[in-house]
Write a protein of this length. Structure first.
Length: 188
C-alpha cells in the first residue's frame, strides 16, 4: 500500500503535468495571437503604403493629365506659362509612336505625361513584387484606366515594351480586361 507521501508526490506530479499542458496551450494561443496581430499590422502598413503611392500619383499633374487624356478626348492642358493645347485620342496615339522620334511640343507634353503615369505603374508593380503593397489595394483605383488602355492594347503595350516600362506592362497584365484584350487591339 502506498504511503501518504507517495500519494502526495504522485498528485503533485499530476498537477505539475496538467499545469505544464495548460502553460503550453497558453503559449501556443499567445503565439497565434501574436502572429495574427503581426499579420494585421502588416496589412495595415501595406494598405497605407498603397494609398500613399496613389495619393502621390493623384498629386502629380503630369500623371493625372495622362489619366485625363485616357478618359477625355479633346480636353485642354496648359503647357508653359501662357500656352495650352487641346489633346485628342488621335494626338495621344500619334505621340506614343515608337518610330519617327521627332516630336512636336504637344507630343512631348503628351509623352511626358504618360511617362509620369507609367513611372507610377512601374513603382506599383515593383512594390507588389516585393510585398510592400498588395495588388487588391490599388486594383479598383486603376482598373478604369487599364480598361481604357486595353482598347488600344497594341499601342500601349508596344510603347511600354519599346521604352522599357516592363514593370508597368506587367502591372497591366494583372488585370483580366488587359489579358483578354486582343494583342493588336486598337480603338476604332
Amino acid at each position: 500500500m502506498e504511503s501518504a507521501t507517495d500519494i502526495l508526490q504522485t498528485l503533485a506530479l499530476a498537477i505539475a503535468a496538467v499545469g505544464g499542458v495548460i502553460a503550453a496551450v497558453r503559449a501556443i494561443v499567445e503565439m497565434r495571437r501574436g502572429r495574427e496581430q503581426a499579420a494585421q499590422e502588416l496589412r495595415w502598413k501595406q494598405t497605407r503604403e498603397a494609398k500613399k503611392i496613389l495619393d502621390e500619383m493623384k498629386a502629380d499633374s503630369a500623371a493625372t493629365s495622362a489619366m485625363r487624356m485616357l478618359d477625355w478626348s479633346g480636353r485642354s492642358y496648359p503647357i508653359g506659362e501662357t500656352e495650352s493645347v487641346t489633346v485628342t485620342l488621335d494626338d495621344v496615339q500619334g505621340a506614343l509612336r515608337n518610330d519617327d522620334l521627332r516630336f512636336s511640343r504637344k507630343e512631348v507634353f503628351i509623352r511626358d505625361c504618360f511617362d509620369s503615369f507609367l513611372d507610377f505603374l512601374e513603382e506599383l508593380e515593383y512594390d507588389i513584387g516585393t510585398g510592400l503593397i498588395r495588388f487588391p489595394d490599388v486594383e479598383a483605383q486603376l482598373e478604369y484606366y487599364v480598361r481604357i488602355m486595353a482598347r488600344d492594347k497594341g499601342l500601349y503595350a508596344a510603347h511600354m515594351a519599346y521604352w522599357d516600362f516592363g514593370h508597368a506592362l506587367a502591372f497591366c497584365q494583372r488585370f483580366a480586361v488587359w489579358r483578354e484584350a486582343a494583342e493588336g487591339a486598337r480603338r476604332p
